[in-house]
Write a protein that binds this ligand. Sequence first.
Ligand SMILES: NC(=O)c1ccc[n+]([C@@H]2O[C@H](COP(=O)([O-])OP(=O)(O)OC[C@H]3O[C@@H](n4cnc5c(N)ncnc54)[C@H](O)[C@@H]3O)[C@@H](O)[C@H]2O)c1
Length: 373
Amino acid sequence: MSERKLGVGLIGSFRWAEKAHLPGYAANPRVNLVAICDIERDRAEAMAQRFGAKRIYTDHREMLKDPEIEMVDVCTPTHTHLPLSMDAIAAGKHVLCEKPLATEAEPAFEAARAAARKTVRTKLGFTFRYSPAIRQIKTWIADGTLGEIFHIHGFEQNSQFLDPDFPLRQVPPGADRNTLIPSSIIGYGSHLVDLMRWLGGEFGSVASTMRNFVPERVVRGEGEHRQKIMVEDGTAAVVEYTSGTQGLLQASYIAVGNYPGVEIRVYGSKGAAIARLIEEYGVAETLWTAEAAAVEFRKVDLPASHYAPGTTVNTPWAELYYRNLVRHFVDEILDERPEECTFFDGAKSQEIVDAVIKAGFERRWIDVPGTAP
Ligand SMILES: NC(=O)c1ccc[n+]([C@@H]2O[C@H](COP(=O)([O-])OP(=O)(O)OC[C@H]3O[C@@H](n4cnc5c(N)ncnc54)[C@H](O)[C@@H]3O)[C@@H](O)[C@H]2O)c1
């Protein structure tokens, strides 16, 4: 293992950076947190002081000239993810970007190709891939413990946006406000689709239904009044995998329950597993399994080696998963390990989300294009 430290520069130092990304760098002995960039100088200054970054910038183009920075983390609002990532790739930096990379699949595939041409590494911030419980299920599928996989069910549902006065995070600039605006299927669904694809392989076809349940909401950055806005706050989809596995998927902003509200159920010919990534009573997640010969589900406690050093199942979820994600990306770069959870995976997730949205609007089965690298 190399003794070298990886120089990191973060763009966008607000709530999510404070809660998830920056604790990941501060805790990792292989990271040199070189700089923080935010268009709001006081945010960059406050975070640099708190997490020990050496320099601050207010223009990412200036930060990208900094030779000490080898990896750039994009933790800004959605519509800026793609242009900031493309600038970082063009500057020859490895890039971690928050999801979604883009609001359409093709530009996300193009970003993956641009990174390949520059031979820089990428990672999409699919937080839940770095859940110890999910990684254990991945191992059980790969080593045959669960047998042939028949069903995969994925949910991301919590009550974050049940209260109409809790500001809606983002409405894409230029969205047509006279029709349903896909939202939970993009914000939550992109994670879920990625998890379901990572565990079960490529999606073949999808059918779906999307709805607006809470008709008036406060929108972040648009004042404190409620406005009529037809945001999709619940989607349910049926999935046919190319392998023949059946899938069910639901994204909801308004299903009562705690964060992050992710649940994955996998049923195979030999056994089944259920991961509940729902923080309750100080525990971030639980994993359950059953066997064909012993059908009652039992709780599984994973060994300490499944967790990033210093974390346990009692660590708050955002920090638990992000410390693991950062650890994986830093080790992949410094030790030249195989890539995982890349921009290509982000583009594939986007391609599937697009198909789910199309199926919902057109009320019919849609084949997923199946774009190759
Ligand atoms: N992976 C997850 O589970 C998860 C959870 C929560 C949020 N997120 C994502 O994380 C991202 C950040 O969310 P947030 O709630 O912290 O805040 P946010 O998206 O509102 O803003 C982040 C910061 O970026 C700064 N910024 C905007 N444009 C910039 C630019 N061009 N250059 C430099 N700085 C710029 C803003 O000033 C702000 O301080 C969003 O994309 C959000 O969707 C992901």
